[in-house]
Design a protein around this ligand. Structure first.
Ligand code: BG6
Length: 482
């Protein structure tokens, strides 16, 4: 294997200090980085390598707590680094990068920068002849803010990189438990054979966060929860739950199946939006025992009122043979009661109840992605009793992924994603078509909300969202799991 160089644009940013460099450090600590690996940290600050590294170590220590590097580990890790001072908007600065690069090695360009810099960085890399040899590019979301702008971003990338060299990150795909969905579905025959409209009543996907806007108000207010979370993370979860078995684990096979699901999502239009979408915005409330401000009172807020949603609940349908008539209820919000990411598979009632007494207790599969990663299955069994002959009760089979591994660290998503990008494996990265089809669906939904004037309902911080989100599911005779 050719030696690999990682070139990080935006090396002094928050993401780099909190996620990227800690993840690379963990790979180094576990001896998983290739031999002769080099890192070029690129940022605007006019400082030397020593100053960059000592600032980085302090920030990483805060972010990593007990897992922070020891002196010896830091010595070893810091040997991988070079620091290049460049202003990404000044083409001439890219000659420094050219001098550092080596054609005989793989160059992995990682853009941890605002999306507005993606195009100029690619242009200048090309102008300075940096894109010779085996070059790959890794990008963070958002890839555009709607279908049109994502086509522009993807078009720019395509001028310089082939699709097989573009690694678009959705960090949810790097989470161990999200990958476990593939194992659960395709390595367990009894689960896979009961995975369609004949057995399943409906599916819920909840991604609830306790945090609010975390100092990102001006960015978030232009985006909202649908673009920030549904277009990417919830869409990926939905695809992994709903897709057909791929032919194999290669990127192409998995992406082909995911795209079919996004394309099969029923469009939500002005006629259906009122029944299928609830938008909310948090007001002042209580979170983890303290009073927290409402969305428009957050620090950095630029307005007294805003029509940006911090919560959205959607009833979606996948129009294909497998999922005909099975609703997918999606729900995500900031400042909710608990941090929970879970997928609920609610099975249908029995076709015929031989036990009488109204006992019809359908099975439920709960896939907990975070926290307390694991799987629960509610099963029905006989209550032990002489008085009642065949009374039923539900029991829970609980598979706790952390059991027996309480002290083991669950690897961060970025560790998996770095490793795969270094090894040239795209299966956990998102393809162009998936992104664009997902935007197509979200754009339609947002337009329908606008045309129909779907109101933003307030909810108290620390709650489960507006009451209307309960009605969305309860009017179908169902209820949210939490
Ligand atoms: C990011 C969103 O992509 O995901 C954030 O921009 C959100 O708004 C975050 O808080 C959630 O990620 P996780 O891994 O904490 O569930």
């Amino acid at each position: 294997m050719q030696p690999v160089d990682l070139i990080i644009f935006g090396a002094s940013g928050d993401l780099s200090a909190r996620k990227l460099f800690p993840a690379l450090f963990q790979l180094d600590r576990a001896n998983l980085l290739p031999t002769d690996f080099r890192i070029a940290a690129i940022a605007r600050d006019n400082i030397d390598l020593g100053t960059f590294l000592s600032k980085l170590r302090a920030r990483m220590s805060t972010a990593m707590g007990n897992n922070a590097p020891s002196d010896d580990e830091w010595q070893q890790y810091s040997r991988l680094f070079s620091y290049l001072n460049a202003d990404f908007s000044r083409p001439t600065d890219f000659s420094i990068i050219k001098t550092w690069l080596d054609d005989q090695r793989v160059s992995l360009f990682y853009l941890a920068t605002p999306p507005s810099l993606f195009a100029p960085i690619c242009d200048y890399l090309s102008q300075e002849n940096c894109l010779t040899g085996d070059c790959r590019i890794v990008l963070e979301k958002p890839i555009g803010e709607n279908l049109d702008s994502s086509i522009v971003v993807n078009g720019t990338l395509a001028q310089y990189f082939s699709e097989s060299s573009i690694y678009r990150i959705d960090h949810y795909l790097g989470k161990e438990t999200v990958q476990n969905l593939l194992a659960l579905r395709f390595a367990n025959r009894f689960i896979n054979s009961q995975w369609d409209q004949s057995c399943i009543d409906h599916i819920q996907i909840t991604v609830a966060e306790v945090i609010g806007i975390e100092g990102r108000w001006s960015y978030y207010d232009k985006v909202g929860q649908l673009r920030d979370m549904v277009q990417n993370h919830l869409m990926q979860l939905l695809c992994l739950v709903a897709m057909e078995p791929p032919n194999g684990l290669e990127a192409e096979s998995i992406r082909d199946e995911k795209v079919k699901i996004v394309k099969a999502l029923r469009c939500i239009d002005v006629k259906t939006v009122d029944d299928h979408v609830v938008r909310g915005q948090y007001a002042q409330g209580w979170s983890t025992g303290r009073s927290v401000p409402g969305y428009t009172e957050e620090s950095g807020s630029e307005r007294n009122s805003s029509d940006t949603e911090t919560f959205v609940a959607i009833k979606a349908h996948v129009d294909n043979w497998r999922w005909a008539g099975v609703p997918f209820y999606l729900r995500t919000g900031k400042r909710m009661a608990e941090k929970v990411t879970e997928i609920i598979i609610q099975y249908k009632e029995l076709p015929h109840n031989i036990f009488g007494g109204g006992a019809n207790l359908p099975n439920k599969l709960i896939i907990r992605l975070q926290p307390n990663e694991g799987i629960e299955m509610t099963m029905v069994s006989k209550r032990q009793s002489l008085k009642e002959k065949l009374a039923l009760q539900t029991h829970t089979l609980n598979l706790d992924f952390r059991e027996g591994h309480q002290n083991d660290r669950i690897p961060d998503a970025y560790e998996r994603l770095f490793l795969d990008a270094i090894n040239g494996d795209q299966s956990l990265f998102v393809g162009r078509e998936e992104i664009e089809e997902s935007w197509r669906w979200c754009d339609g939904l947002l337009q329908a909300c606008k045309d129909q004037g779907v109101e933003i309902k307030p909810y108290h911080a620390g709650s489960w969202g507006p009451a209307k989100a309960e009605i969305l599911i309860e009017k179908d005779g169902r209820s949210w799991h939490v």
